[in-house]
Design a protein around this ligand. Structure first.
Ligand code: PEP
Ligand code: MN
Length: 361
């Protein structure tokens, strides 16, 4: 069918567009709300796909659990009126079938589903033989293996277009975020899957609209391929995630304010300058490795001395002293306590291993 082919092409084109912008309500609530959101989003000229939660995995019983399959024709209608392809979260085989039956264009696996290999497998089985792009959100807990095996399960079912959504990780303790971004995990996932689409979901990271811009900008600075941001025609009245949603017009402003960066530019001067500074970095890295090698040699010497005098490898007091010194010195050099702790943990472990070798030789 002509129209269906055209739609598939549009979806692929948009999937490959950078930055890829997906927006829409946390939940589809009413037909009017879906259509009005889609229309106002399409009017911005900056949004590529319409998202809407149809089935909502909620933490608390009694919360709104989604409108269900009855909302799927609303997305079809929104697409007819605005041309925006639709993206919906699926968590079961039946949801996959229903979504596909109503021509949902992109499916995504939510954070609560990625943690559960049974559910991911059920979704993957329902996807066998189907040609539809699938986005996989990071699992709620900071576990890259779970994210990776979810990707593997979906890939094994034959899905060719797979993308990743970074939506932050739940963590104990008060942070300013609803879900801590833990950017290093998203960066590592990108390193493992360099050609895979990676988009950021600032809405679920922030949980509040006042800091969305900062997170979105940070994602773009880190070369993410796009953003998924929740929007609602009347955010405060949203049936779910009210405090993090923005109006389509506010989204338009935000997208206008973000400084869009490229991974590269074709300027010789820029490349020459960058290359020069990178050489300097390499030189410093070499020197640091030399120093670390010398430090470990010294640790071995100390190990021999401790062994000869029959004392333990570890002296906790000394270790605290090293850290205290490093914090003081590091502060002056602009190094964070987090970095110093991680660095010295690694150095300390390596040092103990070297001394261990001496003790057992
Ligand atoms: C959502 O996108 O509305 C959602 C439930 O997200 P997550 O799976 O990231 O919690
Ligand atoms: Mn939500």
């Amino acid at each position: 069918m002509q129209t269906e082919t055209a739609t598939k092409e549009t979806v692929i084109q948009r999937w490959n567009k950078r930055p890829l912008i997906i927006s829409g309500p946390c939940s589809a609530e009413t037909e009017e709300q879906v259509i009005e959101t889609a229309t106002r989003l399409a009017n911005t000229g900056k949004v590529d796909m319409l998202r809407a939660g149809i089935w909502k995995p909620r933490t608390r019983p009694g919360s709104f659990e989604g409108i269900g399959a009855k909302g799927l024709p609303w997305l079809q209608q929104a697409k007819r009126l605005t041309g925006l392809p639709s993206a919906v979260e699926v968590a079961t085989g039946k949801q996959v079938q229903d979504a596909l039956h109503f021509d949902v264009d992109v499916l995504w696996i939510g954070a609560r589903t990625t943690v559960n290999p049974f559910s991911v497998q059920e979704v993957a089985d329902a996807l066998r033989g189907v040609d539809v792009p699938v986005l996989i959100k990071n699992p709620i807990n900071p576990d890259l293996e779970l994210w990776t095996v979810a990707v593997e399960r979906v890939a094994k079912s034959g899905i060719k277009q797979i993308g990743l959504i970074h939506r932050g990780f739940s963590s104990y303790g008060n942070t300013e975020y609803r879900n801590a971004p833990m950017w290093h995990l998203a960066i590592e996932m990108k390193r493992r899957n360099p050609d895979m689409l990676l988009i950021n979901d600032p809405s679920h990271i922030c949980g509040r609209r006042d800091i969305l811009m900062d997170v979105a900008q940070q994602a773009i600075d880190l070369d993410f391929d796009g953003l998924m941001i929740e929007s609602h025609i009347d955010p405060d009245k949203a049936w779910s995630d009210a405090s993090q949603q923005v109006t389509p017009e506010r989204l338009n402003e935000m997208l206008g304010e973000i400084i869009w960066r490229k991974e590269d530019i074709p300027s010789e001067e820029y490349h020459a300058m960058l290359e020069k500074m990178r050489q300097q970095i390499n030189q410093l890295d070499d020197e640091m490795m030399q120093l670390l090698g010398q430090r470990m040699k010294l640790a071995e010497k100390i190990g021999e001395y401790k062994k000869a005098n029959n004392i333990t490898i570890l002296q906790t007091k000394r270790w605290n002293e090293i850290l205290e010194r490093a914090f003081k010195k590091g502060e002056k050099l602009g190094l964070s306590q987090e970095f110093i702790t991680k660095y010295f943990d690694a150095v300390h472990m390596e040092s103990i291993n070297h001394q261990n070798k001496v003790f057992h030789s």
